[in-house]
Each structure stands twice: as C-alpha cells, then as structure tokens.
Design a protein around this ligand. Structure first.
Ligand SMILES: [Ca+2]
Ligand SMILES: [Ca+2]
Ligand SMILES: [Ca+2]
Length: 147
C-alpha cells in the first residue's frame, strides 16, 4: 500500500513536470512567433562610416523641430558632433568642437534654462566642457566655455 502511494505520487509529479515543461515551451514559442505587438524588432542603418573611435552617442531634439537628433563623441578624432535629423533616416553632421581631446561622453539639456538645448561633453584629458547654445540656427552656434 505504501509503495503504491509512492508510485502514484511519483507518476503525478512526473505528469506535473511534463505539463509544466509543455506550458513553458508553448509560452516561449508563442512569443517567438511574434504574436505580441510589444516585441520590438530592429533593422540597422549606418549613420556614418569611417569614424575613428566613436565612443558615445545620445539623442535629443537639439534644434527643437520635433525629431530626435544624435549627439556623439569621436574619441580619436577629438570631436564633438551632432547629427541633424533630416528625415527618412538621413542625418547631417555638424561639428561642435574638433579639439575636445579624447572626447568621451556627451549629453544635451537646457543647462542655463533659457529654452534651448545646451551640451555638456567630457574629455578624458581636459575635463568637462559646457557648450552654451547661442541660439538658432544652431550650426556654429555653440562655443566652448572655459573648462
Ligand atoms: Ca531635431
Ligand atoms: Ca529635423
Ligand atoms: Ca539653454
């Protein structure tokens, strides 16, 4: 009698394990087949080729025309740049600074609270730079503050 109960319990546990494995597999397969609209899919596009040491990128609507632009530092070229979003996956490069030695990180925000986006970037050699936005058009409208 005792042995029979053990066997029944063992069989129930095995059935439960098989059922669990089936349910987990079915859940994974259902998600892999794209049943959910929430699963993002990606397609890569090269923004700019031939850069020597692009190190950091971030996004912000720098020119405030409602689309996201891209900020980047190019470590070995000592450059701080932004890529103006021209639409249709097209971007135009604007150099903010070509003498930010070993440029590392970059971020855009309205640092002086005057309504336009300023930039802060770091150089692994020189320190942290604040590029105040001098107004529109932004091209050539940023300058290096004293580090
Ligand atoms: Ca924009
Ligand atoms: Ca744009
Ligand atoms: Ca500002």
């Amino acid at each position: 009698m005792e042995t029979l109960k053990r066997n029944e319990i063992f069989i129930l546990l095995m059935l439960f394990s098989l059922l669990s494995a089936f349910l987990v597999t079915a859940f994974i397969l259902m998600n892999e087949t794209g049943e959910s609209e929430m699963v993002p899919k990606f397609e890569d596009h090269i923004l700019q080729k031939g850069l020597n040491g692009p190190l950091y990128v971030s996004t912000i609507d720098l020119d405030q025309d409602t689309d996201a632009d891209i900020l980047a530092t190019i470590f070995h070229e000592n450059k701080v740049v932004w890529y103006e979003n021209k639409g249709n996956k097209s971007f135009h490069e604007h150099v903010i600074d070509n003498d930010c030695k070993q440029a590392t990180c970059i971020h855009g925000t309205d640092l002086d609270n005057d309504g336009d986006i300023d930039i802060i970037a770091s150089s692994s050699v020189e320190g942290i730079f604040y590029y105040k936005n001098l107004g529109t058009p932004i091209l050539n409208g940023l300058h290096l503050m004293n580090p």
